[in-house]
Design a protein around this ligand. Sequence first.
Ligand code: CP3
Length: 357
Amino acid sequence: ENGALAADALSLSAHGGRFVRACLRRPVDRTPVWFLRQAGRYMPEYMAVRKHHSLLDICKRPEIAAEVTITAAEKLDVDAAIIFADLLLPFECMGLPFEFQAGEGPVVHHPVRTLEDVERLRTDKASELIYVAQAIEKVVAHFKDRLGIIGFCGAPYTLASYMIEGGGTRQYIETKKFMYRQPDAWKQLLDKLVTVLTAYARQQVEAGADVIQIFDSWAGSLSVEDYREFVLPVTRQLVREVQALGVPVIYFGVDTASLLPSMRETGADVLGLDWRTPLAEAWHRLDYGCAVQGNLDPITLFAEPDLIRNRVENILAQAANRPGHIFNLGHGIVPGTPVEHVQAVVKFVREYKPATL
Ligand code: CP3
């Protein structure tokens, strides 16, 4: 079934309907809201689970991953729940083991550096990721259509950067060296990622995910020229493959002001916006040709509620009641963020009345 048709059958005001409709730029009764990293270390309930389980342990045990997902969405009373998982999970089934080291983020022990390394990567074992789909099934069974259920995967560029650097990086030197100096191996690497990510997204959609978000968190490290030459074609292919599964796609990156028109060419239904460009300006530059999600600076959540309300209302005013805005942060909630401030944002979005009405 086609995602757009399925969404039409959803009621205007059910949380799930509200969120999916906004992704498709259909009118809604109020702006839907959810948060990047809404289940994370700022939340005591998450830390309580983390005391007894590693991050990978949570991801791989569907009942725990579902519980963490549900707890965060209910505590915040948001319109969508993003499945608890991690961007790097597909590495394992491709034959590239990694671990999370305390305080340092992910570490890939044998980074991809040569054509032979790329040729060794497997693309036929995506079924090993089925635990994520099983967690989605549990979340869907819990919420029914009360909330939108978001599945996700990484984008080829951002995942390739972790594979090649072996972890996080500031300058992407190894990634860009690989891209410039071994263009054939680069192409093969990104093609392999698209194969695995498409299968992974299919599992998630079959399990009941309403929308897939593709995280290209570090796309903003690229010039427009390099993005268009080395990343856009293969990303467009992934977006199309996922849309062919019948769901809208949210394509997200950070520091993307100059890339937005090129990112739109992927054909994604929704683009995630960071806070460095005012929402009105970004959407205008996109010719209102897609929905947008964002774009509060996550660090604003440390301010007093009056200031937070002001910033939330400014974003909503810029969206000007145009169909196709999903309220969110420009990047994930960081540890130490007061939970009550996150809850206050939900309340501010709900209470907002456009000045013209
Ligand atoms: O509610 C949610 O959004 C949680 C689900 C989620 C996680 N990772 C769990 C997680 C999601 C959507 C991700 C995506 C992810 N993973 C991204 C893209 C999102 C973004 O922030 O741009 C990236 C780049 C990763 C890779 C990753 N995972 C890094 C770089 C780190 C370490 C940095 C950090 O914040 O600690 C992780 C760890 C991680 N993944 C945590 C969580 C809740 C925090 C660590 C922990 O619980 O031990």
